[in-house]
Design a protein around this ligand. Structure first.
Ligand SMILES: Nc1ncnc2c1ncn2[C@@H]1O[C@H](COP(=O)(O)OP(=O)(O)OP(=O)(O)O)[C@@H](O)[C@H]1O
Ligand SMILES: [Mg+2]
Length: 248
């Protein structure tokens, strides 16, 4: 049956996982890290992913970001399946559509803050002067003055490094951002500031965001929270009145 014109069908999810499985190693040493994960995140949504240490959160977000191959099930970003792409197509999809903040930030120690943020643009072939100007503008929005922008990561605080990693994940305006514990190393105020930036970027860009966290202090920044246990998402909960700051 055809839906009447006035009925708006829901947008397809930007992040889609169904029955995703992953086992590390084999034989007696095999660890079943994911045992059939279903998850959907829509445009304009900030989804939190929580669960005990070792339940499979990093494994899941690495598969979603195309950094790790799954064993079974389906997983798509904007309708595209990383595992069906060539290495070159994967790099292109990641460069265009995805920002990733690692649990251990992976900032490049020899580059300044602004150079770290500009890196995804340079890799995508943007001219150096343009890339650095764009990176500087974004870091400015994140509260970095000129001196801080020229500092190498070792000279920045944990919270400042976290903001550099976040700016680097956003600078190419991706449709999906995945963050693995972006506030774990931060005190309450810095964690709040990081989540505020993420929330604003969802509201203004209608991005899909998936944020792994252990930190109950930031639960009110999400729209929904997926609870993970022993390789499965056992429950997805709507969060009451998410924090709605001024869009970025
Ligand atoms: N490269 C690997 N080789 C073998 N086992 C691994 C590997 N990476 C993770 N595991 C195992 O897979 C399971 C899930 O790990 P994962 O890192 O996804 O958990 P997590 O939920 O992110 O934990 P944490 O909250 O501590 O970061 C754990 O039992 C872990 O020991
Ligand atoms: Mg982890």
């Amino acid at each position: 049956m055809v839906a009447p014109a006035s009925v708006r069908l829901p947008d397809p999810p930007v992040i889609f996982c169904a029955g995703v499985t992953k086992t590390y190693g084999d034989g007696a040493l095999a660890v079943a890290a994911l045992r059939g994960v279903d998850l959907e995140v829509h445009a304009g949504e900030l989804m939190l992913l929580a669960g005990p240490s070792g339940c499979g959160k990093t494994t899941l977000v690495s598969i979603i970001a195309g950094l790790l191959a799954r064993d079974g099930g389906r997983c798509q970003i904007d309708g595209l399946d990383f595992d069906a792409l060539t290495a070159r197509e994967k790099t292109r999809l990641r460069g265009r559509s995805l920002g990733f903040v690692f649990q251990s930030l992976h900032l490049l120690a020899s580059l300044t803050a602004v150079e770290n943020v500009a890196a995804p643009l340079l890799i995508a072939g943007v001219r150096q002067s343009t890339a650095l100007a764009q990176a500087a503008a974004l870091l400015g929005e994140f509260g970095f003055d000129r001196r801080m922008q020229q500092a190498r990561p070792a000279r920045l605080s944990g919270g400042q490094q976290q903001r550099v990693a976040l700016a680097r994940a956003m600078v190419h305006d991706p449709r999906v951002i995945v963050c693995d514990e972006p506030t774990s190393a931060l005190d309450g105020a810095s964690g709040h500031a990081v989540m505020d930036l993420l929330r604003r970027s969802v509201l203004s860009r209608r991005r899909a965001l998936l944020v792994v966290t252990h930190d109950p202090r930031i639960f009110n920044f999400g729209d929904r929270i997926a609870h993970m246990e022993d390789g499965r998402i056992t429950r997805v909960e709507n969060l009451p009145s998410p924090h709605s700051p001024r869009p970025l």
